[in-house]
Design a protein around this ligand. Structure first.
Ligand SMILES: NC(=O)c1ccc[n+]([C@@H]2O[C@H](COP(=O)([O-])OP(=O)(O)OC[C@H]3O[C@@H](n4cnc5c(N)ncnc54)[C@H](O)[C@@H]3O)[C@@H](O)[C@H]2O)c1
Length: 394
């Protein structure tokens, strides 16, 4: 089985590559360092430095004898995307140019993943929309033209649904109207341009499914936390990228770093915003099980990829408790909300599908948070307070 991971240098992409490789899959990763370059451009800092993607693959090979093929190229370029299917090499650089054949599964992570990034100004909004839609559209046409049977696993986000005043279903809603009934994509109303680009991505895939019978799984994921996985334990240098800044850091990762450097936990507004979250190890399980049980041809299958829900206040309180237990003085500060969002709202999403496929959740507990504190503490001297909050306003 050949798995192609688009965005394979990223926070989720690199651990996914190792996960599949460890389980005997042929793995190709493609990336253009968009994330790393953006970190440099915006000067956001990282908890620890990372080897290049080629170096990571070389370390993995030395440690396990398993090869991860690396392609460096911008997937907004249609010819680069298509060359991953046709074998006609047109990408910028590859570790091993021999063509592995069309992939049976594609995991599509290659997007700009930050809401604040998408709202820095019109330029970053354009980058987000053009990057995310062009990569997805190029992928859809490449699969249509070269390999219609390939299963696409695309990452969506729970943020596509927004915070409606009704229960959130897994992707679809049956509507009765004037005595007739039909099933539609669940109504979506995002509160950032990044999340809006993800809605548009879902629509592109839904179009491809209806027109050409593509097989697609769309995983509506909540914010992911953590950095260690079984495979990253093979070598210290294989840990995934860890950002704690306002642009690329995710909430739990950020709170832990803030607690460690004595920076008051930045709760936006009232802190009643509720989100579904998951451990990075559960992202790996979800993607793996989605691959094992592919969507049928002509089906857009949607799962809500979260394991539990917390309000921002609850996450801050948990971080405070764990921090204090470990000897840190942790303050919580309610700051003026730079975002336009509901600070208190109804939130009741369904998330049965992935559990039914067999995912065994790693829940967020004081113990699991303590483990993350222990890793972050080792890099305390690298933490830059100036990047933690800059106040990008909606
Ligand atoms: N991390 C989370 O908490 C989270 C939550 C919900 C959804 N998601 C989704 O999961 C996916 C992966 O997120 P992540 O946190 O790993 O982000 P990431 O930025 O770490 O990974 C994305 C990778 O794609 C690459 N990339 C972007 N544009 C590219 C292009 N044009 N050509 C080639 N490579 C390109 C980037 O360089 C990066 O390595 C994204 O689609 C994101 O929307 C993430």
């Amino acid at each position: 089985m050949h798995v192609l991971i688009l965005g394979g240098d990223g926070y989720l992409g690199w651990p996914t590559a190792m996960y599949f490789s460890q389980r005997g899959y042929e793995v190709t990763v493609a990336d253009n360092y968009f994330r790393r370059n953006s970190c440099l451009e915006l000067d956001v800092g990282m908890l620890y430095p990372l080897p290049s993607l080629a170096e990571r693959a070389a370390i993995w090979y030395r440690r396990t004898g398993k090869e991860i093929k690396v392609v460096i190229g911008d997937l907004r370029e249609a010819e680069i995307m298509r060359s991953l299917f046709s074998g006609t090499v047109s990408y910028d650089w590859a570790i091993n140019k021999s063509f592995t054949g069309v992939p049976e599964t594609i995991v599509h992570y290659a997007e700009q993943p930050s809401a604040p990034y998408s709202l820095i100004n019109y330029k970053y909004a354009n980058t987000t929309i053009s990057n995310n839609l062009l990569v997805t559209n190029n992928l859809m046409f490449a699969v249509r033209d070269f390999s219609r049977d390939t299963h696409i696993i695309k990452l969506g986000t729970m943020g596509e649904y927004g915070t409606p005043n009704i229960d959130i279903e897994e992707g679809w809603l049956t509507v009765r109207h004037k005595g007739r009934e039909d099933t539609f994509l669940f109504p979506r109303q995002a509160s950032s341009l990044y999340h809006t680009s993800k809605i548009m991505d879902t629509d592109l895939m839904w179009f491809g499914v209806r027109m050409w019978g593509l097989r697609v799984t769309d995983l509506m994921q909540g914010p992911v936390y953590g950095m260690l996985t079984e495979e990253s334990g093979v070598d210290e240098r294989l840990k995934t990228i860890f950002n704690y800044d306002e642009i690329f850091g995710t909430i739990i990762n950020r709170f832990i770093v803030q607690a460690i450097v004595g920076y008051p936990l930045t709760v936006y507004g009232k802190g009643g915003q509720t989100k579904g979250v998951l451990n990075i190890n559960d992202t790996l399980q979800c993607v793996y099980l989605a691959q094992k049980h592919p969507a049928e041809s002509g089906k857009l299958r949607i799962y809500n990829q979260i394991m539990e829900t917390f309000s921002v206040n609850e996450l801050a309180e948990l971080t405070r408790r764990v921090g204090v237990k470990l000897g840190y003085e942790v303050q919580i500060e309610h700051i003026e909300n730079p975002r336009v969002e509901a600070e208190e709202h109804y939130y009741n999403p369904a998330y049965h599908g992935l559990l039914e496929l067999g995912v065994k959740p790693h829940y967020l507990t004081e113990e699991s948070m303590e483990e993350m504190f222990t890793v972050v503490e080792r890099y305390k001297k690298n933490i830059r307070r100036d990047v933690i909050f800059r106040g990008i306003k909606w």
